[in-house]
Every structure is written in structure tokens, then in C-alpha cells.
Design a protein around this ligand. Structure first.
Ligand SMILES: *Cc1c(COP(=O)(O)O)cnc(C)c1O
Length: 384
């Protein structure tokens, strides 16, 4: 290793090691929607976003296999060339009906959706107001757009109002971008008040509901909790509660047509594979038909927060903030020794000083296991 690039990389890694911030892969065999095998040990996972355990649902797997058999393992090209296999149009029609919008556009992933959609609707001379804790791919899309980025304090409507008041007049177009359910905190954006501000300041509203679809608002997502909110761009993914892969944006007909012709991550990227589209269709079918299922992850999360006297969970995601990266890593190891998989989340995924166990509760978690986890986490919260 004598070349300068490898020397540079090794020095970077040494710095990350010293700060306990290096990330490493751990081969994980997910045995079903709950259990995962690591290093030959079976662990009960509280770290998967598979909130409805649909990744291993027989009907979803069967739909993926049937789609691959019918249309092949891959789309073969960008959708604008030959990759627009029939399941994609079906999936878009179903999503638009489910979300109550005129149309929908499927992307390869959530990251690709935000990285493509934001630069399509705003650019230099415009501004994008972003919640401080919004997902990394919203920031990436905003950076690619060349628009001015104006962060606002997390879920702080007064701060957003002040920033719109100060900045809006100097901008041509304005976009407000937020998560619906925040991925590392599990709390919910006040979409009714954010929407009012958007209308009042002639700004468009993008809501990334990756963690809301399927598990809040009767499975319909965060917007369903705020009937008065007007969301111009309702984005979400198939990779969380739907148990698969891929993403969508629901919007008006003209907006979706513009994305299909201009969003670079749509135009210059291969269409979502048939198996993923088939799985998403089957998962949506399950979610639409089973309100009792969609409410279960939240009920489970609330069992945990009430056992520990934490603020009541608003979604299936519950952060246990331990602060220090090293302390959080040792907490993860302590839980692993007791048979739980609860992955430590460290900066820069979360702000410095807020390293945490980010727990995710799912429909099929046993109440007794949740109680055991709460006991174990309670001990870790007390020890310093
Ligand atoms: C997971 C996630 C994404 C990225 O979605 P992928 O399909 O995994 O690329 C985007 N936004 C939020 C809020 C997420 O949690």
C-alpha cells in the first residue's frame, strides 16, 4: 500500500477509529421478520425497518418470485428506454389511488427519489427550507439543486415562520422539505402548521414519509394524521414497512410528468426490478386491507415507552439516547449478550453527542420480549 490514495484512506480510517466512528459491515442473515443470525447466534432484532414483517411474508415473496418469472430479474434499461415493465404502471396507479393524488412516479430507491426530485423542481435563485433532522438524501437533493439551503430547527414551526419571513421575498421558488416520521427520533412533523406556512408564503411542501407509510394514519402515512395539510410532493419508500425496495413520489399529473421527463435519477437510472415492483404491490394490498395490522407496531412501541417512563412513542421508532458513541456501542454489546439486536447509531447519522440505540418495534414482536428488552435497556440507562 504505497499509493497516495490508499495512504489517504488509511489515515482517514485511523481518525474515525480513534473517534469510535468507523462503521463496519456485519454479515446478517435475517431468518424471518424478527430474528437475525450474526456470527452463528440468533438475535431478536429491534433494528429492522421491516415494521410489518412483510419482508418475509409468504404472499410478498411469492409476488416477487412471480414477477421475476414473468418479467425477468432486471428491468433491462431506464424506464424511458425499455425498462418500463407493466408492473411499474400498475404500482404507480395503486399508489396514487392510495394516497389520493392524480399520479405517482416510482424511483429506484428513496435516496434516488429525493436526489432526483428536489433538483427537478428547484434550482439556483430558489431556496429550500429543511428541517435540521431531515434525512440525508433530502440534503443531498438540495445540494444538487444549487438552490439556497435554509435549515430550520427541528419541528420548530416558529423558527420556520421566521426564516420564511426573512428569506422568502428574495427567492424565486421556495420548497419546504421535512420527514413525516423522523427516521432516528420517531417523532412526527406538524404537517398541518407547516402546510399553512407553505400556503402563506407560496412555498411548495415535500414530505418524506419513508417511516410513516404502512404504520401511521391507518397505514396511509403521516399525512392522514393531518387532513388539512396540503402536500405537493408526497414521497415514500417500499424499503421500510413494505419490506422491499424502491420508492415513489405522489403528486399532481403535471408534476409527475415533469419528474418522468427531467428527474436525472429517473431518466439515467435503470427501472426498479420486476421482483421489487411485484413485492411492493403485494405489500400495499396487505396494508390496505388490514388496519389491525398497521396499528400494531405503534402499540408495541408504546408498550416499551410506557414500561420505561419515556415520552409516549408516536411511531414504531423509539430512540434511547445515550450520548457518547463508546457508551452506545457497549450498550449494544450488552444487549447482544442477552440475545437482542439493537444497533448503535452514531454521528454523523445523528448529531454529535446524541449517539443512541434506535429501536424499531414491529407487528410480530412478542409483548414478553418487549418487556425483557425494556428491563435490559432500563439497566443500561442507569449505568454510566
Ligand atoms: C430510508 C430512508 C430513505 C432512503 O430510502 P432508501 O429506499 O433506503 O434509499 C429516505 N428517507 C428517509 C426518511 C428514510 O428513512
Amino acid at each position: 500500500m504505497t499509493d497516495t490514495l490508499s495512504t489517504f484512506a488509511a489515515a482517514k480510517l485511523a481518525d474515525l477509529d480513534a473517534a469510535q466512528l468507523r462503521r463496519r459491515l456485519t454479515p446478517t442473515h435475517r431468518l424471518d421478520g424478527l430474528w437475525a443470525e450474526r456470527d452463528g447466534r440468533r438475535l431478536l432484532s429491534f433494528s429492522c425497518n421491516d415494521y410489518l414483517n412483510l419482508s418475509h411474508h409468504p404472499a410478498v415473496i411469492e409476488a416477487a418470485v412471480a414477477a421475476a418469472n414473468a418479467y425477468g430479474a432486471g428491468a433491462g434499461a431506464s424506464r424511458l428506454v425499455t425498462g418500463d415493465h407493466p408492473l411499474l404502471g400498475q404500482l404507480e396507479a395503486r399508489l396514487a389511488a392510495f394516497k389520493g393524488t392524480e399520479d405517482a412516479c416510482v424511483f429506484g430507491s428513496g435516496y434516488l427519489a429525493n436526489a432526483g426530485l428536489i433538483p427537478t423542481v428547484i434550482g439556483p435563485g430558489d431556496g429550500v427550507f429543511i428541517d435540521d433532522l431531515a434525512h440525508a438524501c433530502i440534503w443531498a437533493g438540495a445540494q444538487l439543486s444549487g438552490a439556497r439551503i435554509i435549515p430550520f430547527a427541528h419541528n420548530d414551526v416558529a423558527d420556520l415562520a421566521a426564516k420564511l419571513g426573512a428569506e422568502r421575498a428574495g427567492l424565486r421558488h421556495a420548497l419546504i422539505a421535512t420527514d413525516g416520521v423522523f427516521s432516528m427520533d420517531g417523532d412526527i412533523a406538524p404537517l398541518d402548521r407547516i402546510s399553512d406556512l407553505a400556503r402563506g408564503h407560496e412555498a411548495w411542501l415535500l414530505v418524506d414519509d419513508a417511516h410513516g407509510l404502512g404504520v401511521v394514519g391507518q397505514g396511509r402515512g403521516t399525512a392522514a394524521l393531518f387532513p388539512t395539510a396540503q402536500i405537493d410532493l408526497a414521497m415514500g419508500t417500499f424499503s421500510k414497512a413494505l419490506g422491499g425496495y424502491g420508492a415513489y413520489v405522489c403528486a399532481s399529473g403535471p408534476v409527475i410528468d415533469l419528474l418522468r421527463t427531467r428527474a436525472r435519477t429517473f431518466v439515467y437510472s435503470t427501472g426498479l426490478p420486476p421482483a421489487s415492483a411485484g413485492a411492493a404491490l403485494a405489500a400495499l394490498e396487505i396494508i390496505e386491507g388490514d388496519d389491525a395490522l398497521t396499528v400494531r407496531p405503534l402499540t408495541k412501541a408504546r408498550r416499551f415507552t410506557s414500561a420505561l417512563g419515556l415520552a409516549e412513542a408516536q411511531s414504531p421508532i423509539v430512540p434511547v439516547i445515550l450520548g457518547d458513541a463508546a457508551r452506545t456501542l457497549s450498550a449494544m454489546q450488552a444487549l447482544e449478550a442477552q440475545g437482542f439486536l439493537a444497533v448503535a447509531i452514531r454521528p454523523p447519522t445523528v448529531p454529535a453527542g446524541t449517539a443512541r440505540l434506535r429501536l424499531a418495534f414491529t407487528a410480530n414482536h412478542d409483548d414478553a420480549d418487549i418487556d425483557r428488552l425494556a428491563d435490559a435497556v432500563g439497566v443500561l440507562m442507569e449505568t454510566d
